[in-house]
Ligand binder design. Structure first.
Ligand code: ATP
Ligand code: MG
Length: 414
């Protein structure tokens, strides 16, 4: 579990602001749900025979013996919340959330035990139109963040019935190759062979090349849904690849599934994943209602932003140097006035006194472009001295307090 340190915070904020604004443009409302839920909620929703439920959840007993778990993902809790609060069964409901999730996985690059997801869920919309719109919305987030080179993989998982036949044939195929499976996959062979398609083991993946394909088991309705989805993606100008082996790590998906993948983060390259889960509301005890959603991994996106995006930085524009009697109070009040007068201007005032020399050193280290100098001379003259810290040719100059806000505004916008 990692700390998010101050030097990365502007990227987290940029990600969350972009998401908030983009999702609002598509009519989504935010929901906040608890970090802890009853264990059985996740077991039922995610599937008992999944890695997440079998070995990754942080589960504990409450004082009265209830089994509780830290949430490993957001969808199960959102479904519980919309059912419990009577939000379903009206017009389609578009929701989004952001927050920390917990899975006791083997920590590695791009995989931590506490991580953060931004997710969206839509209820009450059965058609492929919303599937495609969700992906257009993702694409708009990538654009807003300045990210490029994300590949979209899509597949259809059909319905539970269609998967039953497929599962039988897949099991027969894999059982014939049992000795070449790893322990995990052998374990899953009886209980949940579809999960083997999601194996991260390259040897197991190689074995799957000739395995039966789920797409051959889909009936006309599932095919029509998938075709309608792909057609809309094309109309939106979204590039995609059909990956017939794409399944999702959680059990509740049906029809459309998708992942956005980058080649720039190594093995943990999936930054967003999701799909349709038409059966989930019923599994949770509600009247059936179709659903679809996705979750973006914030840590992975922030890493990618570091590699690709322009830094929207927290570096100050101006460092305020104050030395001499009366200058600190005058300087801090001045800084307040300037922040109010010049939108977007970042001023860092010197803390803890120090000589001019010591303060200029700090100004330099702060990365600021300008030092605003307030000494006793300046106070007497009703002015400040401006020194250019990054431009050796620019002369220092004195600017009167009256004209300072306008001067800074011009400087900032040029
Ligand atoms: P993976 O195949 O990488 O294990 P998953 O199928 O378990 O992913 P989801 O449950 O669909 O992932 O979660 C959606 C996204 O959340 C992932 O694509 C990833 O970006 C992020 N994510 C999932 N688990 C972790 C983790 N342990 N650490 C960091 N990010 C994660
Ligand atoms: Mg996983």
């Amino acid at each position: 579990m990692h700390d998010v340190l101050p030097d990365a915070m502007h990227l987290w904020h940029r990600l969350e602001t972009t998401v908030r604004e983009t999702f609002a443009a598509y009519g989504y409302s935010e929901i906040r749900i608890p970090v802890v839920e009853k264990t059985e909620l996740f077991a039922r929703a995610i599937g008992a025979a999944t890695d997440v439920v079998e070995k990754e959840m942080y589960t504990f007993e409450d004082r009265n013996g209830d089994s509780l778990s830290l949430r490993p993902e957001g969808t199960a809790g959102v479904v519980r919340a919309v059912l419990q609060n009577g939000l379903l069964y009206g017009p389609p409901l578009r929701l989004w959330y952001v927050g920390s999730m917990f899975r006791r996985e083997r920590p590695q690059k791009g995989r931590t035990r506490q991580f953060h997801q931004v997710g969206a869920e839509v209820f009450g919309a059965p058609g492929p139109d919303i599937d495609a719109e969700l992906l257009a919305m993702c694409q708009r987030v990538w654009q807003g963040l300045g990210l490029h080179g994300l590949r979209l993989e899509v597949n259809s998982l059909g319905t539970a019935d269609e998967r039953t036949d497929f599962r039988k044939d897949l099991r027969v195929f894999l059982a014939a190759r049992r000795d070449r499976l790893d322990d995990d996959s052998r374990d899953r062979l009886e209980r949940n062979p579809l999960r083997i398609l999601d194996s991260k083991n390259p040897k197991v993946q190689a074995l799957l090349t000739d395995a039966p394909l789920l797409s051959d088991y889909l009936g006309p309705e599932s095919r029509a849904h998938f075709a309608g989805f792909l057609e809309l993606l094309e109309q939106f100008g979204l590039e995609y690849e059909v990956n017939p082996r794409l399944v999702r790590g959680l059990d509740y998906y049906s029809h459309t599934v998708f992942e956005w993948i980058t080649g720039e983060l190594g093995a943990q390259g999936t930054v967003c994943a999701g799909g349709r889960y038409d059966g989930l509301v019923e599994i949770q005890g509600g009247r059936p209602s179709p659903g679809i959603g996705f979750a973006m991994g914030q840590e992975r996106l922030v890493e990618l932003m570091k590699l690709q995006a322009e830094p929207a930085s927290e570096v100050p524009h101006v460092y305020l140097v104050m030395a001499g009697s009366g200058t600190v109070r005058g300087g801090l009040v001045l800084a307040e006035r300037l922040r109010a007068a010049v939108p977007g201007l970042r001023i860092r005032s010197n803390l803890g006194g120090g000589s001019f020399k010591a303060q200029f050193k700090r100004a330099d280290r702060s990365g600021a472009s300008l030092a605003l100098v307030l000494g006793e001379d300046e106070v007497a003259a009703g002015a400040v001295t401006i020194k250019h810290l990054r431009d050796e040719k620019a002369e220092q100059q004195r600017v009167s307090l009256d004209g300072l806000a306008v001067w800074l505004e011009n400087w900032l916008n040029n």
